[in-house]
Write a protein that binds this ligand. Structure first.
Ligand code: SF4
Length: 530
């Protein structure tokens, strides 16, 4: 039978903190080798030898004492006049260094994140940092903890028209299924990666590789995935996607119909017909409402596919990595013969994709067959303007997690009150200082952009689960009302000087946070100060 210590190796709430002058000792499990300490911070319960780290590399045995290895991350507010370049040092490490004073007593420049803050899973102690500060005359508190999430995933938005794979297709990382293709959005393909079923519901290998891919993605590292019946895609938050070895550059200006609407006036007089090829909606200028409003003549053009409304066609081809996210390389392949009752020799036809990357100019011959011809300069300029209006393609990675479990016990004796206070917008929730969107409905289901968090915000434990920071900021009076651990509220200065109340030996470091306008300062959110 395995016997474990009853503590987590860190001092308990009833122990005096070392900075108050009393040393702490590692709790002992009498059946464990004398030179080991047991870490109970997660259910893995590592028994760690002197000089070694536990399975997650976050805790180590330092001469018989369990210590935290990685630092607690503080955010330092960048001055509002800081140039963007400096602001974007948000993810660059500035420390470790001698920690400065807290700044203005009425609007401090420092904010402690949950990164490296240390807590147990499940939580049975007050959160490691419960920090009081005064912000613009209001007494505030920020309750900071480090969550261990098995219910979490990454929603990945990939700005491309290119076909990545059918909806619901499996997404594999190093051979294991770690997610699937989900509903496409406007100009972007979407993946859902990770989640509890891949982490814990499949084989051990599936769980391990899912965790590895999630950890990399969250920490802004590249991950290459294979989509069944689709493409190989390199994903990295904040960078261009690489689809089958080719870096994507442009996000489409809109669907084919939108492109017709945007550029109709500029084509008037230069073209008799424009077909904007798009996997979703292919637009045909003369039939489209935009062309009709400009009194454009019908041209008798015939389009393959299913007509939706005038000048808007679905399914002109199969999805692919050709023109406009279709599989075509020859635009004429989507045309039916021109209607001889309507079309005329010399008719000028522009065909373009929704990014302007593909375009061709044709003139009808005497048999009403489109013949390639040099594109007039004025037409080329409008095609180039399509490209100019395309935003750069990017991979966006949002962390989505459920924080409705035991971590709430570190905040309050009565967890439902925290959930209710969040729903009443009394609490601002951040993840590593990044604003989190809280879903309506039950629980505390959060979503945040990983590029707004400090580098290295995510860790892992081999249960397997993701370790992620979380911070709850609110008025001190609201904290008291929801049953907060008032006996553990400490000043910002004391927290800066001594770290977490349990003083696990973790070093502290500073990172810049982008100025407001780029990223809101966590303590300036309207719910608390309004
Ligand atoms: S995996 Fe990390 S947190 Fe979990 S018991 Fe081991 S050292 Fe502690």
């Amino acid at each position: 039978m395995t016997v474990h210590t009853k503590g987590d190796g860190l001092p308990g709430p009833d122990e005096t903190r070392p900075h108050l002058g009393i040393e702490r000792a590692a709790p002992r499990n009498e059946q464990m080798a004398a030179d080991k300490v047991e870490c109970n911070a997660c259910p893995v319960l590592c028994q760690i030898s002197v000089g070694r780290a536990g399975a997650c590399d976050r805790y180590a045995n330092e001469q018989g004492v369990l210590v935290r290895v990685d630092p607690v991350v503080w955010l330092r507010r960048a001055p509002n006049h800081a140039p963007l370049q400096q602001a974007l040092m948000a993810r660059a490490e500035v420390g470790p260094q001698a920690l400065p004073e807290a700044g203005s007593a009425d609007d401090p420049d420092y904010f402690v994140t949950g990164i490296g803050s240390s807590t147990t899973y499940p939580d049975y102690k007050p959160a490691p940092f419960i920090v009081a500060s005064k912000v613009r005359g209001v007494d505030m508190v920020t309750v900071v903890t480090e969550g261990i999430f098995s219910y979490c995933s990454f929603k990945v938005k990939i700005d491309t028209d290119r076909f990545l794979g059918p909806e619901q297709s499996a997404v594999r990382y190093r051979g294991e299924v770690i997610g699937h293709v989900t509903t496409a959005e406007y100009g972007s393909q979407m993946l859902s990666l990770g989640g509890v079923h891949h982490l814990t519901g499949g084989s051990k290998k599936e769980g391990r590789l899912t965790l590895e891919a999630m950890h990399l993605l969250g920490n802004l590292q590249p991950v290459e995935v294979d989509i069944e019946q689709g493409a190989k895609v390199r994903l990295q938050a904040g960078q261009a996607p690489v689809v089958n070895g080719v870096a994507e550059s442009r996000m489409r200006v809109g669907c084919g119909s939108a492109a017709v609407g945007i550029f109709a006036q500029q084509w008037l007089g230069l073209c008799d017909e424009v077909v904007v090829v798009d996997d979703h909606i292919t637009g045909v200028l003369s039939e489209h409402q935009a062309g009709r409003c400009l009194n454009m003549k019908p041209t008798g053009v015939g389009i393959r596919g299913r007509k939706s409304t005038p000048g808007r066609y679905f399914q002109v081809a199969s999805p692919g990595d050709g023109w406009g996210g279709t599989d075509i390389s020859d635009p004429l392949s989507i045309l039916e013969p021109f209607d001889p009752e309507v079309a005329w020799p010399g008719l000028r036809l522009l065909m373009t994709s929704t990014t302007g990357e593909h375009s061709a100019w044709f003139v009808l011959d005497d048999q009403l067959m489109p013949q390639p011809a040099p594109m007039p300069e004025a037409v080329r300029q409008v095609v180039e303007r399509i490209g100019e209006n395309c935003e750069p393609s990017m991979v966006s990675v949002l962390f989505l997690a459920g924080a409705g479990g035991s971590l709430r016990a570190g905040v309050t004796d009565n967890p439902i009150r925290l959930t209710q206070a969040i729903k009443r917008a009394l609490v601002n929730v951040t993840i590593g200082g990044a604003s989190a969107y809280v879903w309506p409905g039950g629980g505390i289901t959060l979503m945040a952009d990983v590029t707004r968090m400090p580098q290295g915000s995510f860790g892992t434990v081999p249960t397997p689960a993701i370790v992620a920071p979380i911070e709850f900021s609110m008025k001190l009076s609201d904290y008291q009302a929801l049953g907060g651990h008032m006996g553990f509220v400490r000043t910002l200065e004391d927290s800066l000087r001594h770290g977490a109340w349990h003083n696990d030996g973790a070093p502290q470091k500073m990172v810049w946070q982008a100025p407001e306008g780029v990223q809101p300062w966590p303590l300036h959110q309207p719910p608390m100060l309004g």
